[in-house]
Design a protein around this ligand. Structure first.
Ligand code: CP
Length: 359
């Protein structure tokens, strides 16, 4: 069975299939209005959301299916101490597919290990947000006309921004991608993504401190919010919260057909004066998110019993009771799950739930 926990769960062929189905849905929306009639999607949201939850809901409705679930785990039996594993076993009795957002990193992976229906990670802590990645890939395709060969600048909170981590991983499947990382030192991309993804694959990337240093090169400028809810130290958040504010002046040297993306919500990192600029694609991006989620739900249900669409074989995964993950936002430090680790090709040991470096 195919789940979507991390962008790397999809082959390039599967990615292309989802993006191209989303394009076909956009071209003929009426044709899909009964495609999943009688099927049910459960949305289990342990953390707040506007776009992701509502776009999953709208996507399932536009496919003719139904939606159940919760938008606040406090109103479910989670408040009585029910585990992720048990919750998913129960909801799998009612629904054909489950989209889960969780504040704990690795929770959707834990769910996928016991689920009898496909699990979609709708965002787990600072770790991963693969359906935002599908949204971003469709947006780039629609706005720029291609993904291969682009130069993309990621700006803002590259440390906690799970959408950035997921999109970078997905871009490694495309050719001739140039990545510019625009962040203050406190919000730089985590070392594990630089070493395990960018360095390992020899990607063309450069770290800079200002938008102006690279804006003229970019086909896509991907802005992000500084993620207040991920900081353990409020003073540290206050020091970096206004690091980047995009205004029309900063776009002066940009290409005329550059696309400005943002996963939203924004706080103050893009001034409203930018919204009317034709390059501002972030509200179009929201709508693409619904179409690509329609395509994803449809594909996962089609692929469910097809052995050629299984999960990638886990590499280097092992259990070791003497090792301990120190990430307080990892599910392994909150629920009774067996500690699991994996060793990368470079010999680094990481927690298998949250990817934190162990040694
Ligand atoms: N982009 C995104 O994940 O938005 P929400 O948090 O509103 O779902």
């Amino acid at each position: 069975m195919k789940h979507l926990i991390d962008p790397s769960d999809l082959t390039k062929q599967e990615l292309d299939e989802i993006i191209s189905l989303a394009e076909r849905i956009i071209a003929d929306r009426g044709a899909w209005s009964e495609a999943l009639k009688g099927r049910k999607l459960a949305t289990l949201f342990y953390e707040p959301s506007t776009r992701t939850r509502l776009s999953f809901t709208a996507a399932m409705m536009e496919l003719g299916g139904n939606v159940l679930g919760f938008s606040d785990a406090a109103n479910s039996s989670v408040s009585k101490g029910e585990s992720v594993e048990d919750t998913v076993r129960v909801v799998g009795c009612f629904a054909d597919v489950i989209a889960m957002r969780h504040n704990l990193e690795g929770a959707p992976y834990v769910a996928s290990q016991v689920s009898n229906v496909p699990i979609i990670n709708a965002g787990d802590g600072s770790h991963s947000h693969p359906t935002q990645t599908l949204t971003d890939l469709l947006t780039i395709t629609r706005e720029i006309g291609r993904i291969d060969g682009i130069t993309i600048g990621f700006c803002g909170d590259l440390r906690f921004g799970r959408t950035v981590h997921s999109l970078i991983k997905a871009l490694t499947k495309y050719s001739d991608i140039r990545i510019r990382l625009i962040a203050p030192d406190e919000l730089r991309l985590p070392d594990y993504i630089k070493s395990d993804v960018l360095d390992k694959l020899g990607m063309d990337y450069r770290e800079v401190h200002t938008i102006e240093e690279v804006v003229s090169e970019l086909d896509v400028l991907y802005m992000t919010r500084v993620q207040k809810e991920r900081f353990l130290d409020e003073d540290e958040f206050d020091r970096v919260k206004d690091s980047f504010i995009l205004d029309l002046a900063k776009l002066a040297g940009a290409k005329k057909d550059m696309a400005i993306l943002h996963p939203l919500p924004r706080v103050n990192e893009i001034l409203p004066e930018v919204d009317a600029d034709p390059r501002a694609a972030y509200f179009r991006q929201v709508e693409y998110g619904k179409f690509v989620r329609m395509a994803l739900i449809y594909c996962l249900l089609q692929w469910k019993d097809d052995p050629s669409h299984g999960m990638p074989a886990p590499e280097g995964v092992f259990a070791d009771a003497t090792l301990h993950c120190t990430n307080q936002k990892c599910i392994c430090n909150h629920e009774h799950v067996a500690p699991l680790f994996h060793k990368t090709l470079e010999g680094v040991v990481r927690c298998h739930y949250c990817d934190s470096k162990i040694r």
